[in-house]
Design a protein around this ligand. Structure first.
Ligand code: ADP
Length: 494
């Protein structure tokens, strides 16, 4: 990464963003604007359209029209593939510009942002582009006078509501498979971090995606997000975000057209370290980065550290050392390890969790405080709280910030019981050299992704989806495609 190039990009003013509807940039119908605040220094970066429910209806109508006339869905798969591959290339060609734009409104450290945002988004789009002309229907095993066929049809209009922590990566997880299968889309980026995703959507048009196939509406979740979820003309709603909003989306679907709703929600993922871990120093480093990168604003973050009692003190000391060595600061400096918390609201909520944890008997061994307040930005020291008990707030509620809770266990049985003691089930890890125990842990921990002797880094070839109140359905891999197709049976008497 070239610091000079990054500095030049960050010095550029950012033009105001409007909605993208029918291939055109369109302001809000009532002229409303929203200020976008930089978490780096608290300044106003630019404005986006503050959408109305009528803007959302216009975007849905645009997507519906594009779907019905087949301008995308009826194109030969090879043509759709060409457009999506070109889009991935354009994302790659503009990677640094997109990454810096994204960091300016969401605060992720640039090293991670470059890899996880344009890097991963381009790879995801490319993966589904390459897959789309290799997906076949089926012929059923019937009697000789019957032909039973199973077609995979696009569902129609897909609504996608995206969070602020990784807008491009998560956006691509939805857009890639949905567009590959021929659907039209209405995208609703998060209030505080929409810029990079809006720019990425514009690049799709440049790549040749027909106007109207991908529409994007900015604004408040409770206005435009709600209108999308309540629409009678959206067939599938896909969402990544909080449990509270996920619950509302299911209600909105039930109150409107019973659209299919797929949710990727929060987690309280257990990172379980046994005394027989292969390398405790490495495990400590990974435990720290597994919770503190992107200031803990990662749905799969290993936010609960469960440590075998015999190594507890030694291991906590190693994780503390690794955490204190991580540099917190300006996310656009290439040597920063932990960038800004996305908003002041989020920062206050994080600090509140630490206060509650202390009141409930937790010991703060490092961090627990705001940092660099003089910059005007929202920074928090990586925080480790020990003596976190099974039912305490920090063990049960997702913080979505740089706060690690530590609990000790005496046996494998207790570790499993602690791991499964929340309503969530998104990710987890176990560190052990015992092969049988490793497999037992994979089977026993109720979660969508279970790591062994590592944390994070699962690529696009494997699904990511939660169980319990972490959600349903999967992003990534060929399995994600199932969300964006209907199975249609043709039963033909010969
Ligand atoms: P967070 O609390 O971390 O911001 P949210 O779940 O509120 O997480 O936000 C994720 C996405 O959901 C954002 O795009 C936001 O605008 C959207 N959203 C929030 N509230 C609603 C709602 N009532 N209906 C639809 N979308 C919403």
């Amino acid at each position: 990464m070239d610091q000079t190039k990054i500095d030049a990009l960050r010095a550029q003013p950012i033009a105001a963003f409007d909605h993208l509807i029918g291939g055109k940039r369109i302001p809000a119908s009532d002229g409303g604007r929203m200020c976008i605040i930089s978490p780096i220094d608290g300044t106003v970066l630019t404005t986006t359209a503050a959408g109305t429910s009528s803007d959302m209806e216009t975007a849905i109508a645009s997507a519906r029209a594009a779907f019905e006339d087949g301008r995308w869905a009826s194109q030969p798969p090879a043509e759709r593939k060409k457009v999506l591959l070109k889009w991935a290339d354009l994302i790659d060609a503009n990677a640094l510009e997109l990454a810096v734009l994204g960091v300016r409104d969401n605060g992720t450290e640039i090293g991670m942002a470059l890899k996880a945002e344009p890097g991963s988004a381009a790879a995801t789009i490319r993966y589904y582009a390459e897959a789309l002309d290799k997906i076949y229907g089926e012929i059923a095993p019937t009697a000789g006078d019957i032909l039973g066929m199973i077609h995979k049809e696009p569902v129609g209009v897909v609504g996608a509501i995206i969070p602020w922590n990784f807008p491009m990566m998560v956006g691509a997880w939805k857009l890639g498979p949905a567009l590959a299968m021929g659907n039209s889309i209405v995208l609703k980026p998060a209030e505080t971090a929409s810029l990079s995703l809006m720019r990425m959507a514009e690049l799709a048009l440049e790549a040749g995606l027909p106007p109207g196939v991908l529409n994007a509406v900015t604004g408040e979740g409770r206005v435009v997000g709600k209108a999308l979820a309540l629409s009678m003309d959206v067939d599938v709603l896909v969402f990544t975000g909080s449990g509270a909003t996920g619950r509302r989306l299911m209600e909105y679907a039930a109150r409107s057209n019973m659209k299919r709703v797929y949710l990727e929600l929060g987690g309280k993922s257990p990172n379980i370290v046994f005394a027989d871990a292969p390398n405790l120093d490495e495990a400590a480093q990974v435990a720290a980065s597994g919770i503190f990168r992107n200031a803990g604003q990662v749905c799969v973050a290993g936010s609960r550290l469960l440590v075998e009692a015999s190594i507890h003190d030694e291991f906590v000391a190693a994780v503390t050392k690794a955490s204190e060595a991580m540099r917190v600061g300006d996310p656009l400096k290439v040597d920063t390890h932990i960038g800004a918390v996305n908003s002041e609201v989020q920062l206050k909520a994080n600090l509140g969790f630490v206060e509650t944890a202390t009141a409930e008997g937790g010991q703060v061994v490092t961090g627990g405080v705001r940092m660099l307040e003089e910059t005007g930005g929202y920074y928090m020291a990586p925080t480790i709280v020990t003596d976190v008990t099974r039912n305490s707030t920090l063990a049960q509620k997702e913080v979505f910030g740089p706060v690690l809770g530590v609990t000790r266990f005496a046996s494998e049985k207790e570790a499993i019981s602690l791991a499964n003691s929340t309503v969530y089930g998104l990710a987890g890890a176990a560190w052990t050299t015992n092969l049988s125990r490793a497999h037992r842990m994979v089977n026993a921990v109720r979660t969508g992704v279970m790591h062994i002797n590592t944390y994070g880094g699962a690529d696009g070839t494997v699904p990511l989806g939660g169980v319990g109140q972490s959600g349903n359905g999967s992003d990534k891999s060929l399995h994600a495609i199932e969300k964006y197709v209907n199975l249609k049976t043709a039963w033909i008497k010969l």
